[in-house]
Design a protein around this ligand. Sequence first.
Ligand SMILES: O=P(O)(O)OC[C@H]1O[C@H](OP(=O)(O)OP(=O)(O)O)[C@H](O)[C@@H]1O
Length: 215
Amino acid sequence: MKDFQTNFLELAVQEKVLNFGTFTLKSGRVSPYFFNAGLFNSGASLSKLGTFYADALMNSGIEYDVIFGPAYKGIPLVSATAVALSSKHNKDVPYSFNRKEAKTHGEGGNIVGSSLKGKRVLIVDDVITAGTAIREAVEIIKKEGGEPVAVLIALDRQEKGKGEKSSIQEVEKQLGLKVCSIVSLDQVIEYLGTGTSSDPAIVERVKEYKATYGC
Ligand SMILES: O=P(O)(O)OC[C@H]1O[C@H](OP(=O)(O)OP(=O)(O)O)[C@H](O)[C@@H]1O
């Protein structure tokens, strides 16, 4: 595990973004852990989160021209990532995001920020659940003349969707996008198993969940 991944998990646990207990998911599955990126809700935590996204992006080796954040939660994430790419990695990357409702006055349109036309676009979001938000983002990008190439998210739960594959694997296969994440469930398990405050009961429950629903 890379340092930025350990640091990300430390912050996620500290801010209770990554929480352990009993949670019923939208899918109906009962999960021993829950990830809520909305709880990165202060300037300091958003700033750190931006550096973890930027580190993951640099580490991925993916090539792109513009980064794009789907409204709404993608907006602060893509902004913080762009700031961190500049301040930490000295990379000045154009970014943009969409409006959920089109603006009819002023400059109009759905996109705020850098133009996507003729550009390789990397989508920044928090999670992929069913893949609906990513499919919508792909449509928006194509409509603007861009070429969606990859997706960067915070956590890959590595679990089956309706079939044997995960929604992420479906997105990769059907949309031809590379999906990378700051961490995956395997790394959550690795992190939980190390350190002095490690709770074997939690590790066991998360491992059991992965054995049942993992892919
Ligand atoms: O893969 P999916 O099943 O689409 O779920 C994941 C998406 O759902 C959430 O956003 P949401 O669509 O709720 O919009 P928001 O960012 O405005 O909260 C989340 O931020 C992802 O974008």
